[in-house]
Write a protein of this length. Structure first.
Length: 264
């Protein structure tokens, strides 16, 4: 919140997804001018954003952000400038850095089936495999602006009219891939998705997911299945049993890897 205020953002709407840890009271004390939308339940990331966005009647651009993101002073200005400079852009994402200053690959391609399978399994043990590198655009230095298939939902700017026109996030994605789905629908609406490296933010990842790690693993794999189903034609959907079995296996492997990691 402090970083957004320092960046000159006057109106901030915060969705509180039924927190019980005193977050709302702490926020009101720290920033009395923030508008807080209490959803009354955990609607998931997209559901919470939709509820907050619905309270904003007049706006040209919406900045969507995780709560554990710190924006650089010029980050929002740079994303808005990119949208102003190119009317064909509907969404612009910033460069996202991890807390240690390394790049988080937030701009990616829509995964083809071969890349998705390779990334899903090899990524658990060999993160530098060619499938993951292609999916995450790791062979690109991320120093230049470019158009991409999708950008991370952790932080991005979107034209408000476009957000409303496509219905916002699909609330059926409780967590994960809601950003992939949104960017696909932005593309279907005739707009492009851009990456702007001059806008930089830092993301403290895994704060929320780390509280319920195994539930989040399940939510992730469930979202992958939904994405695959909605982006696949009738003939391709005949492979649903095999895809479901593969995702079930990966969920078991990912759960085991986390358990082993905790044990060390």
């Amino acid at each position: 919140m402090q970083s957004l205020r320092a960046a000159g953002i006057a109106r901030i709407v915060v969705a509180d997804n039924g927190s019980t840890d005193g977050s709302v009271e702490a926020l009101r004390a720290a920033d009395p001018d923030a508008v807080i939308v209490e959803t009354g339940a955990n609607l998931g990331y997209g559901g919470g954003v939709n509820r907050a966005a619905a309270t904003i009647a007049v706006a040209e651009i919406l900045l969507v952000s995780n709560p554990d993101v710190v924006v650089a002073p010029n980050a929002v200005e740079a994303m808005v400038a990119a949208l102003d400079a190119d009317a064909t852009l509907g969404v612009v994402g910033p460069r996202i850095d991890n807390t240690e200053g390394t790049l988080y690959p937030s701009a990616r391609t829509f995964p083809r089936l071969v890349d998705a399978v390779g990334h899903a399994f090899l990524g658990l043990i060999a993160p530098e495999n060619r499938f993951t590198k292609r999916y995450r655009l790791l062979d690109w230095d991320h120093a230049t602006a470019r158009r991409v298939d999708w950008v991370s939902g952790a932080c991005f700017a979107i034209r408000a009219e476009l957000f409303r026109a496509i219905g916002g996030f699909d609330h059926r994605y409780f967590m994960y891939l809601e950003d992939v789905d949104l960017c696909r629908r932005v593309t279907d609406a005739g707009y492009a998705v851009g990456y702007e490296p001059s806008a930089r933010v830092m993301h403290v990842q895994g704060v929320s997911a780390g509280q319920l790690p195994y539930r989040m693993l399940y939510a992730h794999h469930r979202s992958i299945m939904r994405w695959w189903w909605t982006s696949t034609g009738p003939v391709g959907r005949l492979a649903a049993p095999a895809i479901g079995a593969g995702l079930g296996l990966r969920l078991l492997l990912a759960t085991g890897a986390r358990l082993l990691g905790r044990g060390r």
